[in-house]
Ligand binder design. Structure first.
Ligand code: AMP
Length: 226
């Protein structure tokens, strides 16, 4: 097997499942730091479209601000386009698929392109922990620096340590919207746990420590690759 510069850098192909705020983004970035490959977040792709005020972004924003999912066809299109541009590269999908129709579409897209997924990692974190994490997130309105009022508070309340800009809360991280997003997760995304369990692809990871979860996922991936 190809090993580079003494370090194992095997391309991994992982689907990260879990409620909003379960740590999918953080854990994906930590895994990719050692494996290389792409962090593919449909949430980030959509926020980029919103920021660029594209027609797709303007349409998606109304769903996102209410905590609803954007239509399946929109995100399936973003992923198809992404896969076409990155056929032979590793990836972690974060926040996609989010519904059974999206999972069916993904299966078809991967099969058409001859791509296999190594693991579906489900982050099973209690809802009360998630609500606290999400509603305490803030970022600087000027430079984007992230903060967390519980775990990484700014030195002066409401002010960015880096540039002095005002801290803001994402529209969809306000308490009412977080509640709605978790209800949407329960109704539309949680069925994917059964979906991938039935296919023998899923493993649950329940630790609240992202380091511990990364170690456990690495161990699972090593088992699969050997
Ligand atoms: P995230 O940052 O992954 O929590 O995504 C933020 C918002 O983008 C979600 O609340 C949805 O409105 C939308 N979104 C992201 N990914 C998807 C998806 N796979 N399907 C539908 N909507 C999505």
């Amino acid at each position: 097997m190809a090993e580079q510069t003494g370090e194992t850098r095997k391309a991994i192909r992982v689907i990260m499942l879990g409620a909003p705020g379960s740590g999918k983004g953080t854990i994906s970035k930590k895994l990719l730091a050692s494996h290389g490959g792409n962090h593919v977040s449909t949430g980030d792709m959509l926020r980029a479209e919103v920021a660029a005020k594209t027609p797709l972004g303007l349409d998606a924003k109304t769903f996102m601000d209410r905590g609803d999912l954007v239509p399946d066809a929109v995100v399936n299109g973003l992923i198809a386009e992404w896969l076409d541009g990155h056929r032979s590269e590793g990836f972690i999908f974060d926040g996609y698929p989010r519904t059974v129709p999206q999972a069916d579409a993904l299966e078809e897209m991967l099969a058409e392109r001859g791509i296999n997924v190594d693991l579906v990692a489900n982050l099973a974190i209690p809802f009360d922990v998630i609500v606290k994490r999400l509603t305490s997130r803030r970022s600087c309105g000027k430079c984007g620096q992230p903060f967390n009022l519980e775990f990484m508070p700014p030195r002066v309340a409401g002010v960015c340590d880096k540039c002095g800009g005002p801290l803001v809360q994402r529209e969809d991280e306000k308490p009412e919207v977080v509640k709605k997003r978790l209800a949407v997760y329960d109704a539309q995304t949680k069925p994917l746990v059964d979906y991938y369990t039935r296919k023998g692809m899923l493993k649950n990871f329940a630790s609240e420590s992202s380091e511990e979860t990364v170690t456990q996922i690495e161990a699972e991936l090593a088992k699969k690759k050997n």
